[in-house]
Design a protein. Structure first.
Length: 388
């Protein structure tokens, strides 16, 4: 996604960066508050089951979701917790077959030539938490994608990383490679199914092509699972090294409407236009496509700027139907496209009581979009989650 979260969340990650550098687990948790919203009760959709008129997706499509670690309460209800174990079982009942897990690395600025690992920061995605979460997912009968991700502490987009000279570029990639190979070893040790070697790193996808190819060779020597990269939707056609990966990975956030009143036919036309371009790429490269991340907020402009974070707005109008329209339109549009290997929706928190995002956020939990997801994923229509 091309925008980051709220200033308060940035403060949390700034503290995390300090803690990572010192390898200390003694830092106190900074609370994260949800933005003010126009409607604060999201329990009106309680009792949702499967949305009518939607058949399960073909079995060849990975039915995935991005499970987000909860940083609140010092991470005690995040990855590897009993709370998350219950959430994973809930997702299995919903019909989810694959989960994408995201440990973060950090940079202070776009021009800092170093990636800071999470270290022992007690609220974060520590290695021990990641191991427990992977094992809990497998115990729940789920396949696992490990997707290490960079966060720029000052709120900028990682696709705009830039350095003044070749030395800094080389230093950065040396640091990144060391960080990624740590997760490669963790993925192999825990028998992860798919490893994502990078996410939305636009500025270096072509510039550092040979470094990427060397890194992927090293990854494959250490990891037996499948390997992909997550390119921003508009960068995927120009990435030159899809040939050494198993899937074309796409972060799918193109605009689907120009105004909040766009009708279903307009939205689906926009989706089909984007999917046609991706199909051309898939055929040219001879690779199936994973939509490694896609999501829509519960707000009127969700299809106009799908990438935008709700924390950027002070007072938010909640619109669950716009989110549901995005879910329905994309789900139905990929159904009969044989080159689509999987889809991963952003996002579902480990803790159902989280306030890291408000009811206008990306999570489909307890909203009409959940009923669409449950139907499309062939979930248990006699049960549903409880909205926080």
């Amino acid at each position: 996604m091309s925008e980051m979260g709220s200033p308060k969340l940035a403060v949390v990650f700034a503290l995390c960066l300090i803690a990572c550098s010192k390898a200390s687990d003694e830092r106190a948790e900074t609370p994260i508050e949800a933005p003010e919203v126009a409607v604060k009760n999201t329990k009106t959709e309680a009792g949702l089951r499967c949305a009518p008129g939607i058949e399960p997706l073909p079995n060849r499509i990975q039915r995935g979701i991005c499970v987000a670690h909860n940083y609140q309460v010092s991470g005690s209800k995040g990855y590897g917790s009993k709370t998350s174990a219950a959430t994973l079982k809930e997702l299995k009942e919903l019909g989810v077959q694959w989960v994408s897990l995201t440990p973060f690395g950090f940079m202070e600025r776009l021009d800092e030539p170093r990636v800071h690992p999470i270290g022992n920061y007690r609220a974060g995605e520590t290695d021990e938490r990641m191991r427990r979460e992977i094992r809990q997912a497998k115990e729940a009968g789920l396949h696992v994608v490990l997707k290490p991700h960079l966060w720029i502490v000052d709120g900028k987009w990682r696709g705009e990383i830039d350095f003044k000279d070749k030395k800094a570029w080389s230093q950065w990639f040396d640091s990144y490679e060391k960080w990624m190979l740590r997760y490669t070893d963790l993925a192999e040790a825990e028998a992860v199914d798919i490893l994502v070697v990078g996410v939305e790193l636009r500025s270096m996808e072509s510039r550092l092509e040979e470094r990427w190819r060397r890194l992927i060779r090293k990854v494959r020597r250490r990891f037996e699972g499948k390997v992909t990269y997550s390119a921003n939707w508009d960068d995927a056609p120009s990435l030159p090294w899809w040939d050494v990966l198993d899937y074309i990975g796409i972060q799918f956030y193109p605009p689907l409407a120009s105004n909040p009143r766009a009708d279903s036919s307009t939205i689906r036309s926009k989706i089909n236009e984007q999917l046609a371009a991706i199909e051309t790429l898939s055929e040219a490269r001879g690779k199936p496509v994973l939509f490694t991340e896609v999501g829509y907020r519960s707000s009127p402009d969700a299809l106009i700027e799908p990438h935008a974070w709700p924390e950027r707005t002070g007072k938010i109008r909640i619109d669950h139907q716009t989110q549901a329209e995005g879910y329905r339109a994309l789900t139905e549009s990929i159904r009969d496209r044989p080159w689509v290997a999987g889809i991963y929706w952003w996002k579902w928190f480990t803790d159902p009581a989280t306030t890291e995002e408000g009811p206008a956020g990306f999570s489909p939990r307890g909203k009409p979009a959940e009923a669409i997801l449950r139907a499309a994923y062939g979930g248990n229509c006699a049960a549903s989650s409880t909205a926080p």
